[in-house]
Write a protein that binds this ligand. Structure first.
Ligand code: SF4
Ligand code: SF4
Length: 358
């Protein structure tokens, strides 16, 4: 019991789980129901609607992973982040990202992690990036980091000062469901952080300090309708805690990393893949986020998306590092897809900005 409890507080890497290896995850996603032809592979599926190979459109969003370190160890984390992960982006790589931002069509910077705020150069980077001019500057904050240590307590004011768009995960408006996915005590700390963000003006009606929440299902099922879940969240958080926010994004859990571990361990893997394939929506394919986003890892390598980054599938072209960025070469690549991509095309589709179809 003691051992099981402890293992849940560690990343797959720390536990030395086979699934910490990206090739083990990719094998799981290619074997079984996909290898025996019970379900079509993602490539077969998008070929049906003549959408293979998947190609990028103009670059709009640079999503930068500042490191895999996090103060939380959420059950379904696709990054396999946690306090035991030490991978952190250096200032030199940040400078290379800024250079690319200045010289490309990307109008949005999206900082993610782990907890991006834990990178010692986080504030420097935000300040420099603001000077470089960004239309939308997103920080994916897990909320509890604001309360985790005195040195983070002023983050709401810092975000406000730089007009950062805060996007935060909040799996449910109840303590039980949130804590079971994100860890004991996370709900209470998240509520306090949201109240502090509201206090400086974030999330209020008409405020240009944008505060959005992200909902992802707590088990092996797909999210429901984004608009109606948003209404439920808004009502409950306002009535119970006086909290306001702008939009709610619904994200489908992709079958990789710790969520894949959960699916396999709970015997839900095949059933979940059936659900994803049955809910496949060809209309969602044209708006999947890899078409207008590039993902940069903590060590500067380029990926089609954050999920491909975690599967260590670098972009399929000769430019693979931010230091050698070349828009033309990158534009002409094919996006690497596999069965995890069904998570982006199920139902209304799913991206870091929620549903991709109406
Ligand atoms: S807060 Fe985010 S990055 Fe950190 S463990 Fe949870 S899901 Fe992963
Ligand atoms: S996981 Fe989604 S965003 Fe990434 S390559 Fe596949 S379809 Fe594109």
């Amino acid at each position: 019991m003691q051992k099981e409890k402890r293992s849940k507080l560690q990343s797959l890497h720390k536990r030395k789980s086979d699934l910490a290896q990206s090739n083990t995850q990719l094998e799981s996603l290619s074997n079984g129901v996909f290898a025996n032809g019970e379900l079509p592979t993602f490539v077969q599926k998008i070929k049906e609607s003549d959408q293979f190979p998947l190609r990028p459109n103009k670059l709009e969003i640079l999503q930068i992973n500042l490191g895999y370190m996090c103060n939380q160890v959420c059950a379904h984390c696709h990054v396999d982040a946690g306090p035991d992960r030490k991978e952190i982006m250096t200032k030199e790589t940040m400078e290379q990202c800024l250079e690319v931002k200045r010289n490309t069509s990307a109008h949005t910077l999206d900082l993610t992690g782990g907890a991006p705020e834990m990178n010692p150069n986080f504030r420097w980077f935000v300040e420099e990036a603001t000077k470089a001019g960004v239309k939308d500057f997103i920080v994916r904050s897990n909320l509890t980091i604001i309360r985790a240590n005195k040195k983070y307590h002023d983050l709401p004011q810092f975000f406000k000062q730089h007009n950062v768009h805060v996007i935060s995960s909040m799996p449910h408006w109840t303590r039980g469901k949130t804590d079971s996915q994100r860890g004991s005590g996370v709900f209470d700390q998240s509520i306090k952080a949201l109240q502090e963000l509201n206090l400086v003006g974030y999330g209020l009606p008409g405020s240009n300090l944008h505060l959005d929440l992200v909902y992802n299902p707590s088990g092996a099922f797909l999210p429901g309708d984004q608009k109606s879940i948003e209404q439920d969240f808004k009502k409950a958080l306002l009535e119970d805690f006086g909290i306001q926010f702008h939009q709610l994004f619904c994200i489908t859990n992709l079958p990789i990393s710790r969520f894949l571990d959960y699916l396999i361990a709970s015997g839900n893997y095949e059933d979940y893949m059936y659900q994803l394939v049955e809910a496949y929506n060809p209309a969602a394919v044209k708006n999947v986020m890899c078409r207008n986003t590039l993902s940069v890892s903590w060590d500067g390598f380029l990926y089609d998306c954050d999920f491909n980054q975690m599967l260590e599938l670098k972009v399929a072209c000769k430019v693979q590092h931010i230091s050698e960025y070349n828009e033309e070469i990158l534009q002409n690549r094919n996006i690497i897809v596999s069965q995890h991509c069904y998570g982006c095309t199920a139902g209304a589709g799913s991206s870091c900005q929620g549903a991709v179809t109406n």
